[in-house]
Design a protein around this ligand. Sequence first.
Ligand code: PGA
Length: 262
Amino acid sequence: MEVIIQPNPEAASRLGARYIARLLREKPHAVLGLATGSTPLKLYAELIRLHREEGLDFSRATTFNLDEYLDLPRDHAATYRRFMEENLFRHVNLRPERTFIPQSDLPGEKVAAYCEAYEEEIRRAGGIDLQILGIGGDGHIGFNEPSSSLASRTRIKTLTARTRSDNAPFFASPAEVPHHVITMGIGTILEAREVLLFAFGAGKADAIAASIEGPLTSFVPASSLQLHRRARFLLDEAAAAKLTRQDYYRWVFDQKPLWQNP
Ligand code: PGA
């Protein structure tokens, strides 16, 4: 794992965008795994800037989002499809038919087959080259809540009370937050060739310390990234504050050979 501590979310997001831009320049038909939430907003803003000002080209790329609510009409303002349209898709030159996000209004009896088809679509696209992740205060990635199987695949999950309340601001009332979601599994995420996990703010410090320096456990889903060969954590100072080896991580980053930098 590579732990990169930056002075603030802006700097971490700019650096993250450079990793993605490097991938797209080396492999224009790259497959990106995308995340929603407040954390990647600055990253997406920087990718949009790179597209507008430096010609970063998304025209041959494919994207798969991690997750989506269930039991929400497709045109609901809180769907992750809407989030992605507003915060990235409509501002860059991705082909709409190459942006995959689980469907929010599936009837219950269709969910299992739909999840299998989503996995199949990822395989058909050649697998995910780079997966962007945020992290929940409880260590969840995607909507893989604590106790999710480390081998899990795309499936229906039930949100914890904490996640429902964290996400309530995006709904008219807390009661409106769906109980169920579709999420890529931890096994799905671990198959991405490269992972960039972003975490900002003191509210993420415990989850980050547990994920990076704690034991591998399904109770902290992001600790599963200890098994990944190319996982980078991009943190601001506040999210990194509870790591015991901060000095070492900073030293490693400062010693990086120039050719490794994006
Ligand atoms: P956030 O959510 O980016 O809004 O903090 C992250 C998550 O719950 O995965």
